[in-house]
Structures are given as structure tokens and as C-alpha cells.
Design a protein around this ligand. Structure first.
Ligand code: DC
Length: 232
């Protein structure tokens, strides 16, 4: 009998979801799927096709173009991580830019796109052994996941974490613009009509403010390990 489970991690941005999910996936030899990267790749596409900018969003044109957009994950052989690909190409650095971050929550409101992404996410979860992070994983994508976590942290701490991360690739970035972006996305992600961010009733709530990554990893594993052993 398979001992593989599905682990869903949801929460607002920069709560440490992806760092923890990546670490745990290596420990368990599970697939780590960054569902936010899918929405970021869609946003990068929409910017390039001029469907969206700070001043306009042509949703109708973007929806009509869905048949031309292929999002999948492929293994990066240098770090053994799965990376999102847009029509066969990885844009890993570009999709993390503040330009994409500022528009991604708007793109993520489009239900037609979300439905396509959920199809891809379901296919990735077919054989279990998956840890996926995002905003709607425990509520919409895998409501029957064996284990769900909901991560939270204060807005200022999240902004500081994201600022430190972005500073590595963009020396001109300011803390205030990162903080503004986090507040904007929190608001859009929690109030949108389709699949808004919310804690699933059966998700384990973890506050990441005062714990180190090692402590957080141990905490999550203390919930995961008994389930994996039980299913052996
Ligand atoms: O995890 P992230 O910050 O890279 O996600 C980028 C955006 O994508 C986030 O602000 C909202 C959207 N998103 C979503 O709507 N549903 C998901 N499952 C994952 C991300």
C-alpha cells in the first residue's frame, strides 16, 4: 500500500511557505509544486502580450488566448527543483520581479485561468507524494488532502523577508514598495470572488513569526511523520 500523502500549505505571501515546502519535499522525497509560480508565469505572459499593465487589464483578450498558453513543471537538473515553464520555457527570475508581483493578484482573479491551473495541479497530485503551496490548495485544489497547513506572520515581518530576498537581485528596491505590494496582494487574494485565500477548517494553523526555519520544519514534520508511518 502507498504511504504517500498530499500536503497542502496555504497562507499569505512571504510566510515561509515555499522555503518550508521545498525543505520538506527534499526530506520526504516528495514533489514540491509552487502553485504561485503558475500565476506568476501567466502574469508574465499577459504583460508580454500587453493584456495587462498598471493602467489596464484586457481580461477578454487574455481569456480568448488561453488555448495558446501552456503551463507545466519540468525538473531543473542543476538543483533538482521542479520549475514552472510557460510554453516550454522557464522564466524563473522574471516571474519573481516586483512588476509581476504587482499584477499577479489581478490575474489570479480570473476564474477561467484558475480552472486551467487546477487541472494541471490535479494531474500533478494523481500519484500523491506531493507538497503544494499556494492560496487555495487546502480549500479548492485538494480539499481531501491528508494534511493541510495554514501559515501566518505579521505583515511587517513578511515584507522584511521579501525585501531581503528581492534585494539580492534588485539593488534599487525599497522596503516601502515591497510592503505596499504585500498589503495590496493580501487584500486582493482574500477578497476575490473565486477561490479566495482562507484557512481550511481542518488546516493546522502555524504562526511563523518567532520560529526559525529549522524549528518550523520540525514542527511541520511532527504532523507529517505520524501520517506517513500510519499509512505504511
Ligand atoms: O505564492 P506567490 O506569492 O508566488 O503567489 C503569487 C500570487 O499568485 C498570489 O499573490 C496570489 C496568486 N495565487 C493564487 O491565487 N492561488 C494560488 N494557489 C497560488 C498563488
Amino acid at each position: 500500500m502507498s504511504n504517500k500523502i498530499i500536503i497542502a500549505i496555504d497562507g499569505t505571501s512571504s510566510t515561509g511557505k515555499s522555503t518550508l515546502a521545498k525543505r520538506i519535499s527534499k526530506q520526504l522525497n516528495y514533489l514540491y509544486i509552487d502553485s504561485g509560480a503558475m500565476y506568476r508565469a501567466l502574469t508574465y505572459y499577459a504583460i508580454k502580450r500587453k493584456f495587462i499593465s498598471n493602467s489596464h487589464f484586457d481580461k477578454t483578450k487574455l481569456i480568448a488566448d488561453i488555448p495558446n498558453i501552456n503551463i507545466d513543471f519540468r525538473n531543473n537538473l542543476t538543483n533538482n527543483n521542479l520549475e514552472v515553464h510557460l510554453n516550454g520555457i522557464s522564466y524563473e527570475n522574471k516571474i519573481r520581479s516586483l512588476e509581476v508581483s504587482n499584477l499577479v493578484s489581478e490575474i489570479a482573479t480570473v476564474d477561467e485561468l484558475r480552472k486551467q491551473m487546477v487541472l494541471v495541479q490535479h494531474a500533478l497530485g494523481l500519484n500523491k507524494g506531493v507538497i503544494m503551496d499556494g492560496r487555495d490548495i487546502g480549500t479548492v485544489v485538494f480539499p481531501n488532502a491528508e494534511l493541510k497547513f495554514y501559515l501566518e506572520a505579521t505583515t511587517e515581518l513578511r515584507a522584511k523577508r521579501r525585501y531581503d530576498e528581492l534585494l539580492l537581485t534588485d539593488k534599487n528596491i525599497t522596503y516601502d514598495e515591497v510592503l505596499d505590494n504585500i498589503k495590496l496582494r493580501d487584500n486582493q487574494d482574500t477578497t476575490r470572488e473565486h477561490s479566495p485565500l482562507k484557512k481550511a477548517n481542518d488546516a493546522v494553523l502555524i504562526n511563523t513569526d518567532n520560529l526559525t526555519l529549522d524549528e518550523l520544519e520540525s514542527k511541520l514534520l511532527s504532523y507529517i511523520n505520524p501520517l506517513i508511518t500510519k499509512n505504511l
